[in-house]
Design a protein around this ligand. Structure first.
Ligand SMILES: [Ca+2]
Length: 324
């Protein structure tokens, strides 16, 4: 075989292999199959503050705020939430978020370890089997990501997704995003508040994919916030949010990028019944996840929402609630 033949053999061999090397670069993945909060990665990811979350199998609650439950609590006697369904999205375990009737808070925080200026986040979320947006103040938190400090505690920006009551069907939820400008300011108005969950979606699993990117240089306002959602019986994602002019500020004092976040969180209108969400297959990526096909249908686009709102927050070390 001469050199030319070797070259062409090698070239076609690489062409054949290429499709196997375009997989997403996964930074971290947790399907909770350890039955606890111990998952980490080389960048130092860790699950941090917990507010009424736990790790559950189909029948047992195996780890809670203290990291473990001995003996595991049974589903029929799990803190007044009898009769639930803890079937995970995959494997044998998932993370449970429990909002007691009348209570405002269930939240799971995480630390990325290494900061990222751009990140893709994917997780599966199961709509509570008795889901209904309660009457009262809005919104209800869904997700947050920040850099040096949360909301006004940060010189860098915070990005949020929150649920709003559907004015046409008050038990249903819409979802919008907002962000703070940094410099220790609170969030700006919500944008792109679009249909999200109806009571007919009770018990359904959805995959949520977020793409969040800080501005490329101070003041450039070219940050990105995109949200995609795919129900378990769908093969394509629907784009819910698409914004590429966000002034998402990196704090001059660091960290250079997003460092901490949380899932779900404070609801201004407490549920009238004990309500539990399940979350599974959480992953952080450098690029879109595999099999990421987005429907050609245009993004849902009701009018922009910019009305003022009131979020209540309480951070480590705070003794009282305050606006976020
Ligand atoms: Ca799992």
């Amino acid at each position: 075989m001469n050199m030319k033949s070797v070259f062409y053999s090698l070239f076609f061999c690489l062409l054949w292999l290429a499709p196997f090397y375009v997989q997403s670069a996964i930074i971290f993945k947790d399907s909770f199959e350890t039955g606890d909060y111990s998952a980490t990665n080389t960048e130092g990811f860790k699950w941090t503050d917990k507010r009424w979350t736990s790790i559950v199998s189909r029948t047992k609650e195996t780890a809670d705020n203290n990291g473990s439950i001995i003996p595991p609590r049974d589903i029929t006697n799990a803190l007044g939430f009898p009769g639930g369904n803890w079937t995970p999205h995959s494997g044998n375990y998932s993370m449970r978020f429990r909002y007691a009737a009348g209570a405002n808070w269930s939240e799971q925080r995480f630390d990325l370890g290494k900061p990222h200026t751009e990140i893709w986040i994917s997780f599966w979320l199961r709509v509570p089997i008795n889901y209904a947006y309660a009457s009262g103040r809005e919104p209800a938190k869904l997700f947050a990501l920040w850099m040096d400090g949360y909301s006004q505690h940060g010189d860098g920006s915070t990005v949020w997704l929150s649920m709003w009551r559907d004015p046409n069907n008050p038990s249903d939820a819409r979802v919008g995003f907002t962000y703070s400008l940094g410099g220790h300011t609170e969030s700006t108005g919500f944008r792109q508040v679009v249909p999200f969950i109806t009571t007919t979606d009770r018990g359904r699993w959805m995959q949520i994919v977020l793409h969040i990117k800080a501005e490329s240089s101070p003041g450039k306002s070219d940050g990105v916030i995109q949200t995609f959602r795919k129900w378990g019986n769908e093969n394509k994602f629907t784009k819910l949010h698409d914004f590429s002019a966000a002034p998402i500020k990196i704090p001059p004092g660091g960290p250079i990028g997003f460092k901490d976040g949380y899932i779900l969180g404070w609801v201004n209108a407490p549920y009238t019944e004990n309500t539990e969400w399940l979350m599974d297959d959480f992953s952080l990526l450098n690029s879109p996840p595999d099999n990421f096909i987005v429907s050609n249908s245009p993004p849902l686009a009701p009018p922009e929402k910019t009305k003022s709102f009131s979020l209540k927050c309480k951070d480590s070390g705070d003794s009282t609630y305050h606006p976020c």
